[in-house]
Write a protein that binds this ligand. Structure first.
Ligand code: WTA
Length: 639
């Protein structure tokens, strides 16, 4: 599978790179905490920290203890007070091709007023604000406005269903929801305000909805609860002073899938998170003042939070925000945008790249991509042939590729090349970032020799680490710190080769990764069994050429219920309604029984073998061998 070629940084890249030698690695290895303290000097502090790391209450680590700062101040005010005042902060490309550029000064003004509006609506420090918005500049403004006044934001991906939104709002006990009247996706209208409203009415905690006018469609506004942003913004002061936040004050929550049916509210705090994303953005993406940086993620995911908003803006970078999809109106939309704005650094997901490969190079060739100098990949393991295609056809053999491994939990990139010095091996995320310590261990936590696959753990705390799971510290300890005491358990399998390069093998738990989106098999099963005809369901991720994994569900029905084509559609739609379109199963198989161990645990491994057309693995712990033979037979019949 692997190709044995190694790609050293091109000479021209190396000459102009921010990092030209291994000084950062050496400094971090010599004194990790001092290294992070030096990095923290890159931010503006109202008061410096007393202590870099407090481990006394592990695994509740505290970073930059005693420090005071404000995130929006670091992303805006300090640039406005510098030569960056009139530099483009945000270049926004709407789905219809219209565009707006906001300078740092303009963004600063907008965020101040947004913050003042929220304040006027009664939002206070520590209050939770849910942001349910498409990829528009106002979404970024809403996030920054929260950080300005010390409110804790939680962005919910606008493609999530009303049900999924409801679950998250409810867990948060949020007070305010910010949304838009409506959005479009591939030209199709989506009534975002209306969707949000249904979720809110079911929850009861949200007091007010702030609606940004995006499309101008007619929406029903309930007096005293629903407010138009454009009506309030004229009545507030132009300046809203940034709140002095403690280093460990909560900054935001982001829900992510775990191994159970309930999403985890991952909590990030102020200083450590900002130091982490500021530093990694700078060195991984080789930040140059004149860069135009485009990350194709959505602000509803951690990639959007860390590398659309906070990392780039803390550095004073210019970011591209794109509202649409890569195939609308045509399959060259991404290349058109790169050409139009002269994008220099392009960060996307392997699934997207595989899709572009399928669409063919003719779409790419129509455009001038010579502005690109660096490419990045995130979200899933990238297959070597996908890597090579990206390198050759998008980077035109001129641009290094940074394959970045990290998680919602880690907050920042943890494993990645430094593009000016790291020789690349296609398919490997290469080396831990300076100051990050990783090990590959066996089931007992013993470090494994080179080239042996095992669990990947992080052996020491890092600044942007999650601090806890909202309302559920027990689950925080159990999910991440109990398995291998003293180490953070990533849930991913990996091996390290003889050069110390890390090869990620994918999740070892019941989390699946579809097109770079994390989904919990238990959550999808939960949705399926809500159907009155379903007795039991087992969901697995099966290998998929483009999407990395596809959702496959094995379903047993209640007595007398027939496994018809209509029911199959109904179940797929039910999952979309409960979770969102990203979780829609590709396959649903009706089966009389599910393969279980003697203790009643579903043997997903065997189901995966079946779904991927492999010979069955070890079946010795199976309670009833007949069951699996029957499933296999019917699967082959249907598949
Ligand atoms: C996977 C996304 C291989 C991994 C930033 C991880 C990757 C999960 C890579 C986190 C990569 C992310 N190579 N696998 N470069 N990056 N993953 O929380 O399984 O949405 O545990 O964060 O994505 O997904 P999450």
């Amino acid at each position: 599978m692997e190709n044995n070629f190694v790609y050293p940084p091109p000479q021209h890249f190396k000459e102009n790179a921010l990092v030209k030698d291994d000084t950062l690695y050496r400094r971090a290895a010599a004194d990790r905490l001092n290294f992070w303290a030096e990095m923290a000097e890159g931010l503006d502090w109202f008061k410096k920290w007393d202590k870099v790391l407090d481990e006394s209450d592990a695994p509740y680590y505290r970073w930059f203890v005693g420090g005071k700062l404000n995130v929006s101040y670091n992303c805006l005010d300090r640039h406005v007070n510098s030569f960056r005042r009139n530099k483009a902060a945000v270049i926004f490309e709407a789905e219809d091709g219209s565009n707006v550029t906001l300078t740092y000064y303009q963004l600063f003004r907008e965020v101040n007023r947004f913050a003042a509006v929220m304040q006027q609506m009664g939002v206070q420090k520590g209050d939770r604000v849910v942001i349910y918005m498409p990829m528009v500049p106002e979404a970024v403004m809403a996030m920054l406005a929260c950080t300005r006044i010390g409110a804790i934001h939680s962005v919910v991906f606008s493609g999530f269903s009303t049900e999924a939104l409801y679950k998250r709002i409810n867990d948060l006990g949020a007070k305010l929801l910010v949304t838009v009247d409506g959005a479009t996706r591939r030209g199709k209208f989506i009534p975002l305000k209306e969707n949000a409203q249904q979720a809110i009415e079911a929850c009861g905690c949200i007091e007010k909805i702030l609606v940004v006018r995006r499309l101008g469609n007619i929406v029903q506004m309930q007096p005293g609860r629903d407010y138009w942003y454009h009506e309030l913004v004229g009545q507030v002061p132009l300046y809203c002073s940034p709140a002095e936040m403690d280093a460990e004050d909560p900054l935001f929550l982001l829900y992510s899938s775990g191994t159970t049916g309930t999403p985890k509210g991952i909590l990030h705090t102020t200083a450590g998170y900002l130091v982490g994303v500021y530093t990694t953005y700078r060195y991984v993406f080789d930040y140059h003042e004149e860069d135009i940086f485009w990350s194709t993620s959505d602000i509803g995911w951690i990639t959007g939070q860390s590398y659309i908003v906070y990392g780039p803006l803390a550095n004073g970078a210019t970011i591209v925000i794109f509202e649409g999809t890569p195939d609308y109106p045509q399959r060259d939309r991404f290349w058109e945008i790169i050409e139009k704005y002269g994008v220099t650094v392009f960060y996307t997901a392997p699934t997207a790249i595989s899709t572009f490969m399928q669409w063919g190079t003719a779409w790419v060739k129509k455009h001038d991509l010579s502005s690109l100098r660096l490419l990045g990949s995130v979200g899933e393991p990238i297959k070597p042939d996908t890597w090579l295609w990206f390198y050759e056809h998008i980077g035109q053999k001129r641009c290094p590729i940074v394959d970045t491994w990290w998680q919602t939990e880690t907050g920042m990139i943890m494993i990645s090349p430094l593009p000016g010095i790291t020789a690349l091996k296609p398919g490997s995320a290469t080396l831990p970032f300076p100051g990050v310590e990783v090990q590959i261990v066996d089931d007992q936590g013993r470090p494994l020799p080179d080239n042996e696959a095992g669990h990947m753990v992080i052996t020491s705390p890092w600044p942007a680490m999650l601090r806890t799971l909202y309302n559920d510290p027990e689950r925080y300890e159990k999910a991440y710190w109990k398995q291998f005491p003293g180490c953070f358990y990533s849930g991913d399998g990996a091996r390290r080769d003889e050069d110390g390069y890390i090869w990620i093998l994918g999740r070892l738990d019941d989390v699946i990764n579809v097109s770079g989106h994390r989904l919990s098999t238990a959550e999808i099963e939960g949705a399926l069994v809500r159907h009155t005809g379903v007795a039991e369901a087992a969901v697995i991720g099966r290998a998929h050429e483009i999407k990395n994994q596809a959702v496959a569900a094995f379903v047993t029905l209640k007595e007398g219920v027939l496994g018809t084509e209509e029911l199959r559609e109904e179940l797929k739609n039910l999952v979309v309604k409960e979770i969102g379109a990203i979780a829609r199963p590709d396959d649903i198989y009706f089966t009389a029984e599910l393969p279980k161990t003697r203790s009643g645990k579903i043997m997903r491994r065997l189901l995966r073998d079946i779904a991927e057309g492999r010979a069955l693995g070890d079946t010795s712990t199976l309670l009833d061998a007949e069951v699996i033979a029957n499933i296999k037979k019917s699967y082959e019949g249907e598949g």
